[in-house]
Design a protein around this ligand. Sequence first.
Ligand SMILES: NC(=O)c1ccc[n+]([C@@H]2O[C@H](COP(=O)([O-])OP(=O)(O)OC[C@H]3O[C@@H](n4cnc5c(N)ncnc54)[C@H](OP(=O)(O)O)[C@@H]3O)[C@@H](O)[C@H]2O)c1
Length: 264
Amino acid sequence: MFARRRALAIGFGAAIAPAILSTARAQTTGGVLVFGASGSSGSEFIKHLPATTPVTAFVRPTSNRDRLSGREVTFVTGDVLNVADVAKAFDGRSFNTVFVALQSRRGEPNPYVGAARNITTYAKANGVTQIIWIGQVGSSATTVNQADYPDINFKLFGETLEFMSAAERIIVESGMPYTIIRVGAIIVERGKPPQPETGQGRLVDDVKQMGAIAYGDLGRLAAACAGNKACINKTFHALDDTLSAQYKHWRCRRFATPETIDAC
Ligand SMILES: NC(=O)c1ccc[n+]([C@@H]2O[C@H](COP(=O)([O-])OP(=O)(O)OC[C@H]3O[C@@H](n4cnc5c(N)ncnc54)[C@H](OP(=O)(O)O)[C@@H]3O)[C@@H](O)[C@H]2O)c1
């Protein structure tokens, strides 16, 4: 009960403060620089920013830009693990907020640690006043007590979560104002379009809670944090109580063996 009251008190419960904190406000100067802009979380974040907010999208030369069509953005190209590319993205530009949502790709080096290092170095040097980092439940800048997260398969994802934890540490220790939003389960079923935005996703600061979230809600909540003092130096978990059935299914599959997967 207390945890729920706390979640609402920080303003992301739709019933309590819809106008203040669940929709984004414009940043007319500086704007945002988005790493992972071609991805699901990055593009949903951009979609939920006010049209007047200048957006610079950092994408790879090979990135598919389709998710960004219909929104005015300035593109810069590069690899987040290449320090010169990251430096170039900041060169001659001024940003209020940097948003980062990266996913490792099969056959490529894990991007989290290098990205956190490169981005915080140049964001800090260029006077950026907020980094929003999309992280994973089960990682932390401080010690993780695995018993707190019975729904996380540490056996399978332990190494990735360690990279994520190291990245969070770099961000927090950089001294930059940060907002870390960790996701538990993002609901995407193979061969189906992603779970549509429900409008019910929320951020909680009780980091023992986890659940499912739709990309659209994640983007909306992250956009509401851009330039928002209530989100500075905070770590949130994103979840949506209306997706509990999908969450149960997701959890079952995460722990399934080839023998048990059909039962999920
Ligand atoms: N727990 C869950 O169920 C779950 C599920 C999904 C995601 N997540 C988490 O949510 C976050 C975002 O995931 P997402 O689904 O939005 O990812 P996504 O759609 O796969 O997008 C990932 C983005 O990262 C970019 N990227 C990767 N390596 C890069 C590099 N070296 N340089 C520049 N850009 C690079 C990709 O660019 P390209 O388009 O060029 O590849 C893409 O824009 C991650 O932290 C992920 O771990 C959690």
